[in-house]
Design a protein around this ligand. Structure first.
Ligand code: SAH
Length: 238
């Protein structure tokens, strides 16, 4: 069974609608887990809410309460890579917590006692997401770019060009910044469940970041998310 997670209601609204009336909803720890069939696949859809703790708690509950054997997170992010623009799509190869620093006890970014800082996305899931995103963007036309690489996660909405410069210096490979991905990937790693993360770039993490966020979410990000995940579900091996 596939688990689909997102932080904001807009990001799963269309998929929830696709599940139709047969959906059953379980409420655990202030989260709703919607269980049903989605484009031929048994799925659980849930909103994590925003931030690493919220995302980790939701992921752990998802994996304990349902026989979920793969997880996809979909959402928006701020672009930090040099050629990453608003409207582009990023598929994560790896995820790192840019705000984690237990030095000098552990190297910067390393998760204490896990001996790792970067959680890798499942290769097969990420490759399929990338292919479906490419097909979706081609069909839609336009100039949106598609990227695959490192996603940086932290408990901070970045809307400051100076912070972006710092991030680029510290994590030069990072394509975008968001607030949940690495937390989901860490919990999936600890439970031994493959996962992947898909992000549409909503802003460039600078002073203009909050502008038109709601409009972008409704008119672009949710359309991309549903369009790409519908293809993904149809192509996913049972
Ligand atoms: N305006 C929104 C708040 C969104 S917070 C609201 O009213 O609810 C940002 C969410 O989008 C988080 O889930 C995060 O993962 C993602 N995100 C988008 N741009 C971001 C940025 N520049 N920095 C950090 N997270 C960002």
């Amino acid at each position: 069974m596939l688990g689909i997670l997102a932080a904001l209601p807009d990001e799963i609204r269309d998929l929830l609608h696709d599940m139709g009336p047969a959906v059953s909803t379980h409420r655990v720890g202030m989260r709703d887990y919607h269980h049903g069939m989605l484009h031929g696949q048994p799925c659980v859809l849930a909103l994590t809410r925003i931030g690493k703790v919220a995302a980790a708690a939701t992921t752990a509950t998802l994996l304990r309460e349902f026989p979920v054997d793969r997880v996809v997170f979909t959402g928006v992010a701020g672009g930090v890579g040099a050629d990453v623009r608003v409207g582009d799509v990023v598929v994560g190869n790896a995820l790192v917590q840019h705000d984690l620093d237990a030095s000098p006890l552990f190297p910067r970014y390393e998760v204490p006692l896990l001996q790792t800082s970067h959680f890798t996305a499942d290769e097969a899931l990420a490759a399929l997401l990338h292919r479906c995103a490419a097909e979706f963007l081609t069909q839609r036309g336009g100039t949106a770019g598609l990227h695959r690489g490192l996603i940086a996660t932290g408990d901070r909405f970045v809307n400051d060009a100076a912070v972006v410069r710092e991030l680029r210096g510290a994590l030069p490979d990072a394509l975008c910044v968001e607030m949940e991905g690495a937390a989901v990937a860490q919990v999936c790693h600890e439970f031994g469940v493959p996962c992947a993360v898909l992000r549409t770039i909503s802003d460039c993490a600078d002073q203009d970041a909050p502008v038109d966020f709601a409009t972008f979410l409704r008119e672009v990000a949710s359309v991309y998310s549903a369009g790409i995940l519908r293809r993904f579900l149809a192509a996913l091996p049972a």
